[in-house]
Design a protein around this ligand. Structure first.
Ligand SMILES: [Zn+2]
Length: 385
């Protein structure tokens, strides 16, 4: 076999690339991709207040169509390594599973994409008709400011135009082939602040307690759904995450009460329209009596959808061919770097089984690595046929 996903995955897992450390993972990928004829660029992105992070772009072929695999080699910390059955950066194989931090999220999938590409290029000796690229960041699990955002901008400035992208995040709940992610909900964070007048608890007439007003507004926001879902999305959800007064005194009516919330929103809304909708509801609940304000936090997680069509069909049919399973087309779950890629080309996500990601004993069945490699190979063969 020209490309062995298990060997590649083991080599990647042995690199301790906890964000923002490169850990040798990109250097290893560079050597493998260069060996296969890819032109490889390494770049370090930095910004005041954040750690500099290494990134990689590799490309082979010329002209279109241009297919790009995207992913991250950084991993979350292993936690207490003593809790692991196998050391988190050893790449041990036991009982048919390859253990290590990043096995499913997502060094395993990167290994499958590399192996599938090597096999595809070997079978098509003149190289792909079109271009095949890898867009690999070391800053996905962290603050994500020195990763894909800047890598995509760098690629655009260097004349790279992508037609389609596949991100190898772990998308499957139980079996490889369960689920493709064709979009993601947007995410907004905010603090709702109600102001009153401080005073003695025994003389409430002389004070204005902000707590009942905060409760009234929270109840109003929870009482009414933001929408009823759309063709490809569940209903949007507003979730309060903390309520804070910070009053240490038993005989004092506080001056301020605040509640933080997060909204996961679907394609019924844009972020500005959603902010307006929520503020309108708060305004109504306040009835002109409650003094309130909402502090919205900056967000770079907009909702997006890659509408079902030929590209999604191509990925689906490759999965069906290899596994016999028809994948669900989902938009559930948290955000990923696909939120940045969607500004450049249609993007879908499909990778390994996600049950052990970020956990102790993160691991992948070696059989799953073979299956995912076969699926990626099939996608490439069809895409460049
Ligand atoms: Zn990931």
């Amino acid at each position: 076999m020209i490309g062995d996903p298990i060997a590649i995955a083991r080599n990647l897992l042995r690199c301790p690339s906890v964000t923002p450390e490169e850990g040798g993972a990109l250097t290893y990928l560079e050597s493998v991709l260069r060996g296969a004829g890819f032109e490889v660029h390494r770049m370090i992105f930095a910004e005041p207040g954040t750690a500099p992070v290494e990134n990689l772009f590799a490309r082979i072929g010329a002209g279109g169509p241009h297919f790009v695999f995207a992913g991250h080699t950084d991993v979350v910390p292993p936690g207490d390594a003593a809790q692991w059955t196998h050391p988190p950066f050893a790449g041990d194989i036991a009982g048919g599973a390859l253990y290590g931090r990043g096995a499913v999220d997502m060094k395993g999938a990167i290994a499958c994409a590399v192996a599938a590409s090597l096999e595809h290029l070997h079978a098509n000796a003149r190289g792909p008709t079109g271009s095949l690229s890898f867009l690999i960041t070391g800053d996905e699990e962290g603050v994500a400011v020195n990763g894909s955002i800047k890598l995509l901008r760098w690629a655009a400035e260097n004349g790279e135009k992508f037609d389609h992208c596949l991100v190898g995040e772990p998308t499957n709940p139980t079996l490889v082939g369960d689920m493709i992610k064709i979009g993601r909900r947007g995410s907004l964070n905010a603090s709702l602040v109600v102001t009153g007048t401080q005073g003695h608890v025994a003389y409430p007439d002389l004070a204005d307690n902000p707590i009942p007003g905060l409760i009234a507004i929270m109840q109003a926001l929870l009482a009414e759904p933001l929408d009823h879902g759309s063709a490809h999305f569940d209903p949007s959800n507003l979730e309060f995450t903390t309520v804070d007064v910070g009053n240490e005194t038993v005989n004092l009516i506080p001056v301020e009460a605040r509640a933080r919330f997060n909204v996961r929103y679907n394609d019924c809304h844009s972020a500005p329209a959603l902010r307006t909708l929520i503020e309108t509801r708060v305004q109504r609940a306040a009835k002109g009596r409650i003094r309130w304000r909402i502090a919205w936090e900056a967000s770079n997680a907009d909702v997006f959808l890659t509408a079902p069509g030929p590209f999604v069909d191509l990925v689906s049919s490759a999965i069906i061919d290899v596994t016999g399973r028809k994948p669900a087309l989902s938009t559930a779950g948290g955000t990923s770097d696909a939120r940045f890629i969607k500004d450049y080309c249609p993007v879908v996500e499909f990778g390994l089984v996600n049950t052990t990601m970020h956990g102790v004993d993160e691991r992948v069945a070696t059989a799953d690595l073979m299956t995912l490699t076969a699926i990626y190979r099939r996608i490439l063969d069809r895409y460049f046929s």
